[in-house]
Design a protein around this ligand. Structure first.
Ligand SMILES: [Zn+2]
Length: 274
């Protein structure tokens, strides 16, 4: 992955804000971390964005990383995949749609060749109902069986979202030849787009790196959700399964970017100020 990292590649990417939302800061930033305490961070509403990223490869087609938010969350909430208890519990009524996935795909006349998930927490799956049913789906190992408390609560919504679709393809990670990460896959086999195994936030969490016409772009997923968390290397909060592993994965991604400052970083839920 590192060899031609800074050589421009043929891929084009676009980050789209599906929805503006707000969640408890303690969910998305570990407030118990010494650095958070030192900075005096306390519980409160943290404004976040729910993204999908469009990845265009010249011969392989157009893919998404994560899915933003489905159209029905804007105008037909009673029929959205995530409704009822989980929607109330997650305060999804506070989700303000910006570019619902269904509208975006239609407006841009886009046919999808696949969806690459960073992980399967609900806020990364909320746009899936707008993805055509036959579209291939990809995620990290065991991500589908992953039974975090949040996933147990959101199981019904996840089942509705995945119902009638082809089985999830799991990334069969191989050892990272650069020995930096727990595993790496050259997704298209041409050195232009990589899946990077970063377990911690969830057991199958996956980051992606694209060699675009404008240089390398890294999609961290929720290994790093917030701007402050990235800048201070503090992992997300109670949504995180394994804090030690997430911290380690975040440190490795951060080091990669320190050594290759040309990398444009797209975080899980907030924009990185440069
Ligand atoms: Zn998230």
């Amino acid at each position: 992955m590192l060899r031609d990292l800074e050589q421009p590649g043929p891929v084009e990417v676009e980050t789209v804000v599906g929805a503006e939302w707000a969640v408890d800061r303690s969910k998305i930033l570990n407030l118990a971390h010494p650095k958070s305490k030192e900075a005096g961070l306390v519980e409160g509403d943290e404004p976040i964005q729910v993204y999908f990223h469009v990845v265009r490869h010249p011969t392989r087609g157009t893919f998404l990383i994560d899915t933003g938010a489905e159209k029905a969350l804007g105008n037909d909430r009673d029929h959205a995949a995530f409704r009822g208890f989980i929607a109330n519990y997650m305060h999804m009524e506070r989700m303000k749609l910006v570019h619902p996935l269904g509208d975006w795909l239609k407006d841009n006349d886009t046919r999808l060749a696949g969806v690459f998930f960073t992980h399967l927490h609900l806020d990364h799956v909320t746009g899936l109902p707008d993805v055509p049913k036959t579209t291939p789906l990809y995620a990290g190992p065991s991500e589908a069986n992953h039974q975090a408390l949040l996933n147990a609560f959101s199981r019904q919504g996840l089942d509705r979202s995945f119902d009638g679709r082809p089985p999830l393809n799991e990334w069969a990670f191989r050892a990272d030849p650069d020995q930096r990460f727990d595993g790496v896959i050259d997704v298209f086999g041409d050195g232009t787009f990589f899946a990077i195994f970063v377990p911690g936030h969830t057991g199958g969490s996956t980051a992606y790196l694209a060699r675009t016409t404008k240089g390398p772009v890294l999609f961290t997923g929720d290994t790093a959700s917030t701007t402050w968390g990235w800048d201070h290397q503090v992992e997300p909060g109670s949504f995180t399964d394994d804090h030690a592993k997430d911290s380690e994965a975040l440190a490795r991604l951060h080091k990669l970017v320190e050594e290759h400052p040309a990398i444009d970083v797209r975080l899980g839920h907030q924009a990185l100020r440069r």
